[in-house]
Design a protein around this ligand. Sequence first.
Ligand SMILES: Nc1ncnc2c1ncn2[C@@H]1O[C@H](COP(=O)(O)OP(=O)(O)OP(=O)(O)O)[C@@H](O)[C@H]1O
Ligand SMILES: [Mg+2]
Length: 252
Amino acid sequence: MSDFLKVVDIVKTFGGLRALDSVSLEVEPKKITILIGPNGSGKTTLINVISGFYKPDSGKIIYKGREISGMKPHEVYNIGIARTFQVPALFWKLTVLENMLVAERNNPGERFTKFLIKKLWRDREKEATERAFRILDVIGLSHLWDRLATSLSGGQMKLLEIGRALMSQAETILMDEPVSGVNPTLAHEIFTRLVALKNQLGITFFIVEHRLDIALNYVDNVIAMAYGKVISSGIPEVVMADPKLIEAYLGG
Ligand SMILES: Nc1ncnc2c1ncn2[C@@H]1O[C@H](COP(=O)(O)OP(=O)(O)OP(=O)(O)O)[C@@H](O)[C@H]1O
Ligand SMILES: [Mg+2]
């Protein structure tokens, strides 16, 4: 048991629908945990609640011993929880490198360019650019640094989203279907890079993913949801053998 990332009795309704029906779970630090479950079981909604995009009706989110439920998305981002989206959210008119630079935590935004003339900001930009290239190397995108985000393949867009999360110095990264629509070779590469990031930088991953054939080779823990509730959790071998899971997928 730890207070690293803890979801306690979260309820989220949309009209009459209980998308999250008293969800409680724990994400272990420096591990890869995947959240699985049939379509519409509440996975994306949970990611939206943890990242501050949705306000829960009731319940608590605890991060490192501190309650973060009710925080706004940028506040959650600033305490070190970054996220990626089911459909990649990038700045399409910017290059790969520019997408990385604007993801820097506490980036002064529009003022950034204006202040570039000043030495302080020049130094800052130099540092940020170097860091961006180090991360682009790790995720295998440095050769594409000057390409527009729109010109990337689907898998490369997913990698760039991961790069942006790392640029924000996030310790915890929430990901919604990082390998959906990605070819198997690149999907394995993405998960291999996530394992390396976990081992080398101690990053905690909480990942929604349907592609179990790929993901299960790389994850430490599995949490399964159905109809807005957690139905099973633990190490992959145990959860995958849980009859409740088979029942949920078969719609029993
Ligand atoms: N903004 C919203 N307004 C109304 N209903 C919503 C909203 N977001 C999600 N829902 C509903 O809540 C339920 C859970 O949706 P959610 O997107 O969390 O499922 P999911 O597990 O991510 O599914 P999938 O695997 O298909 O992505 C669904 O019935 C969905 O229609
Ligand atoms: Mg979803």
